[in-house]
Design a protein around this ligand. Structure first.
Ligand code: C2E
Ligand code: MG
Ligand code: MG
Length: 656
């Protein structure tokens, strides 16, 4: 770089980075009042000592003008001292400061040197001292702005040195040389400091940038840890935090909040039938629909696969919760347009409002209970947790406790319900149905205690007891008679439970005359384990029946894939077979399907002759229902079968 360019850059080059310009401006701002105060005070002192020897223009008017300029600048600075400057503004003010420094240096130098001839030797020394010391002071105040400090140093140094050297007076020549040396040294130091300052600002800026980047990464991590990546909704962790915070606020403001748990019904089958990518699209659309409906004070989160939750703040009462639930469920009933075609779904929601003293856990538990109540009794709709649910919970908890402490071997017993083949005119088997006679509660329906035992992990034990009792009864039945035992999803899904079942059946006398009844839900939970379990049961010589067919998301693929011997058509179809043409058509299809697959078909819950006639006309053959026999104690089986044989003999005689 040429010397000329170097010197030009020293004065004109703007600070490189915006941070440096801002830092220079901040440092200069702090020193400006000091600069002007020192300049004005020094000047007034010199003017005062010369007031009687020099003309008034030099001792009063010019100092007054210079002082006025300095005061105006100081006031201007004072007013704008808190202003937030942009980088551009800071840069232009720094440049203005360079020009201002140049102007003041020229003005004060000219004034000092014009005063010089009027004083005596002392006064002349004072002028030399004033110029030297004030220049050094000003350069220090301007040290952060390289160009301004250089301008002041140079614009004072040259005329000063020239003036005093040409004065011919040895003392002043010596002072001029001293001054030239000091100012030059000072300029070198200032240039060095200026460089250090720039580096300091740069490294501080780099540190700030690193801190910002670290913060950004922390924020991003925090966001990812709290967001469900598929739907973009807050996740369970975020929900837990928000619920706890909203409850704490509710405790203070005494305004209750509400929580909702919201599940898509049978979402699993969407994944199974249409594939996971379609399932994902459905979930994204679900999130969009919920978001579109939500009030600004409602927080929405995705808890897990098909389960969502809301935290509602603001006014909440039974009506507003029911309204919200209705809108949500209605939105979910609209078809989901997917590339594979429209998918129809429903969703069940449970709402609960907070009470004083609630914890996040207790409140969510109530919403969860309302959600299960919706699934049980109002599938596809919303249920608001009410007092009646609270007493239900108490009852359920009590029952759970009693089931837990029950002597199951004594309290669980079985009833047997006949399965009648209308073509052969004989009972071909019985279904073993569990009963619980609690010493405290009396008779408890399996519809109540079986799901409870599944929830509390006692079902496998109950299955063992029922199986043991059923095996004992099977000894007493005629050789060709089959006996059905129901298995729960927990049995099918557990390798240990199946091993225990296999061990118990194997320990019994052969051949195995058992049919195991399983449900589609049990199979769908874990298809691979279900297949392994069924194979183990088949190896025993047992047969497999698919129970309650038509109630779940019946999929023909299951029927084809599973090693089934029989399908049991659910009672709901039988109930409507006489009145609903659609039910008749479905029953006909099922009968044909079973025939084509070479498996038998049993109808459940036949109560009337009309139902029987309708089913027989559609090709039904094996029937189970109150019309043929209610579930009965094993002791009554013998009499039942004897009655049947007698009836057949009478019929045969009548025909003969
Ligand atoms: P399921 O296996 O489908 O049993 C048939 C149910 O329908 C029985 O109810 C039976 O009493 C009833 N039923 C039979 N015919 C008629 C009829 O004509 N009309 C009416 N209204 N009902 C009829 P139950 O015994 O109350 O059992 C209910 C459910 O509890 C069973 O349905 C089964 O899912 C479960 N369950 C019963 N015992 C056991 C068991 O030992 N293990 C397991 N895992 N579940 C069991
Ligand atoms: Mg059954
Ligand atoms: Mg059934």
């Amino acid at each position: 770089m040429s010397v000329r360019r170097y010197i030009r850059d020293l004065f004109t080059r703007q600070p490189d980075g915006p941070e440096l310009a801002m830092a220079q401006w901040r440092a200069l701002s702090r020193q400006i009042p000091l600069l002007y105060a020192m300049l004005v005070a020094n000047t007034l002192i010199v003017a005062w000592t010369h007031v009687h020897v020099a003309p008034a223009e030099l001792t009063i008017y010019i100092p007054a003008v210079l002082t006025f300029l300095c005061v105006v600048r100081t006031i201007g600075w004072w007013r704008s001292r808190n202003a937030q400057l942009s980088v551009g503004q800071a840069r232009s003010r720094l440049l203005a400061m360079v020009w201002m420094a140049a102007g003041l240096a020229v003005g004060f130098t000219a004034w000092s040197l014009s005063l010089f001839p009027f004083g005596d030797a002392y006064m002349r020394s004072q002028i030399a001292f004033y110029m030297g010391i004030t220049t050094i002071g000003c350069m220090f105040c301007l040290m952060h702005v390289r160009a301004a400090a250089l301008v002041v140093g140079i614009l004072v140094l040259f005329p000063f040195t020239l003036f005093f050297i040409t004065s011919g007076q040895p003392t002043f020549i010596a002072i001029a040389i001293n001054m030239a040396l000091v100012i030059t040294a000072l300029l070198i130091i200032l240039l060095g400091n200026n460089k250090d300052f720039a580096e300091l600002v740069e490294s501080r800026n780099a540190m700030v940038q690193r801190q910002l980047e670290t913060q950004r990464l922390l924020d991003e991590n925090h966001r990812l840890a709290n967001i469900d990546s598929l739907t973009g909704l807050p996740n369970r962790r975020n929900f837990d935090q928000r619920l706890a915070a909203a409850l704490a606020e509710a405790e203070i403001t005494h305004c209750p909040i509400a929580v909702a748990r919201f599940d898509l019904d049978d979402f699993k089958s969407v994944n199974q039938i249409f594939g996971h990518s379609t399932g994902d699209r459905v979930l994204i659309e679900v999130a969009r629909r919920i978001n579109a409906l939500r009030r600004p004070d409602t927080f929405v989160a995705r808890l897990d696969s098909n389960s969502f939750a809301l935290v509602m703040q603001g006014p909440v009462d039974e009506t507003s919760m029911a309204d919200c639930g209705e809108k949500l469920c209605a939105a979910m009933r609209k078809p989901f347009d997917m590339p594979a075609g429209p998918i129809r779904l429903s969703a069940s929601a449970g709402f609960a409002a907070s009470c004083p003293g609630d914890t996040a856990h207790s409140l969510f538990d109530r919403a969860d209970y309302a959600n299960s109540a919706a699934k049980r009794n109002a599938r596809g709709d919303a249920v608001v947790f009410l007092d009646q649910h609270a007493s239900e919970i108490t009852k359920v908890r009590r029952m759970e406790h009693l089931l837990h402490t029950a002597k199951l071997d004594d309290e669980i017993y079985i009833l047997l319900q006949p399965q009648f083949d209308v073509a052969l005119g004989v009972t071909t088997g019985f279904e073993a149905l569990a009963r619980w006679r609690s010493p405290v509660l009396g008779e408890v329906s399996p519809a109540e205690f079986i799901p409870m035992a599944e929830r509390t992990g006692q079902i496998c034990r109950i299955t063992q007891i029922v199986l043991g009792k059923a095996l004992a009864v099977s000894e007493l039945l005629p050789a060709k008679m089959r006996l059905s035992v129901n298995l729960s999803a927990n049995d099918i899904g557990s390798a240990t439970a199946i091993e225990q079942i296999v061990a118990r059946v194997s320990a019994h006398s052969k051949p195995c005359r058992l049919d195991f009844e399983i449900t589609e839900t049990a199979v769908m939970r874990d298809l691979d384990q279900a297949n392994r379990s069924l194979l183990a049961l088949l190896n025993l010589g047992a047969r497999i029946a698919l129970d309650d067919f038509g109630t779940g998301h019946s999929s023909l693929t299951h029927v084809q894939k599973l090693p089934l011997h029989r399908i049991k058509i659910d009672r709901s179809f039988v109930m409507e077979v006489t009145s609903d043409p659609a039910s008749r058509a479905i029953v006909k299809t099922m009968v044909d399907l079973c025939r084509n697959l070479g498996i038998s078909c049993v109808f459940e819950g036949i109560e009337t002759e009309q139902q029987l006639e309708a089913l027989v006309s559609l090709g039904g053959q094996v029937m189970q229902g109150y019309l043929f026999g209610r579930p009965m104690p094993p002791e009554e089986i013998e009499a039942y079968l004897a009655r049947e044989t007698k009836l057949r003999q009478l019929e045969a005689r009548a025909v003969g």
